[in-house]
Design a protein around this ligand. Sequence first.
Ligand code: ADP
Ligand code: MG
Length: 303
Amino acid sequence: MSIIVENVTKIYGKQKALNDVSFTAKPGEIVGFLGPNGAGKSTMMKIITGFLPANSGSVSVCGLEVSSNQIEIKKKIGYLAEQNPLYYDMYVREYLAFIAGIFKINDSKNKINEIIELVGLSLEQNKKIGALSKGYKQRVGLAHALLHDPEVLILDEPTTGLDPNQLEEIRNLIKKIGAKKTVMLSTHIMQEVEAICDRVIIINRGEIVANDSTKNLSSIFNQKSVIIVEFKKELSIKRIASIKGITKVEAIDSKSFKVYHNPEVEVRNELFNLAISENNSVETLHKETINLEGIFKELTSKN
Ligand code: ADP
Ligand code: MG
């Protein structure tokens, strides 16, 4: 695993910003960290990168425990902070040379050329950072994060404030970079995650409320009517799936199932009838309330 976060809690004064957060990210994955403002995204990212200590729990990156390997960890991670701290009076190339010096990068001239080319700064490389548009400033931040060739990239809201064209370009750039690295990016925009990420971790009020592939999560939003049914005895999943209006069935165990259905179709009676016809009975049945939907609304209404 590239990133392992275990039971992290962070308290600012009296406020719990993160409550028992756990997740992992695999090598080569692009993980979206999705949540409304104040959810705890930046706090989690600062803890992963070693800029902030957690109150409890542990984080390891590329096999190194972050809190006890502060210097080593910075070599493994490229970090684009939310407030991208650039020196506006420096020229792009001069700034990257300065960063290369900090990381003691060998053959820095060639490396800088390579990164300038990769992030699309060729035409801007001799300009002052302060003179660049927001999209190009963001590219300088990405170049900074990539210069020492880290295995893991942590990007905090990398597309906030970009116009639609810049947005598209930066998203493509992240996807391109993500082919070779583990990328975790935060955003409060659902579509962003759908456009770039393999997996989504949704955080709300400091707690993880969902962690699934982008594909699965999108399908949950699309088929949001879910029933949890438990039968008295074992029952074939195929029999349940054959009921009209049921779009997907997941076995929880041999007697319990998670049933997704078309919201227009009432399938509860059919489930009872199926049980009777199989000489079985329904022990419990309840509609699952997907609170993701509410969070999703909150998220999407803010963009
Ligand atoms: P996000 O990045 O998802 O918008 P943050 O991690 O920035 O969320 O913030 C999570 C919560 O912690 C918010 O309620 C925020 O006000 C609070 N918070 C963040 N940084 C500090 C700080 N340095 N001191 C006190 N509270 C903070
Ligand atoms: Mg933030």
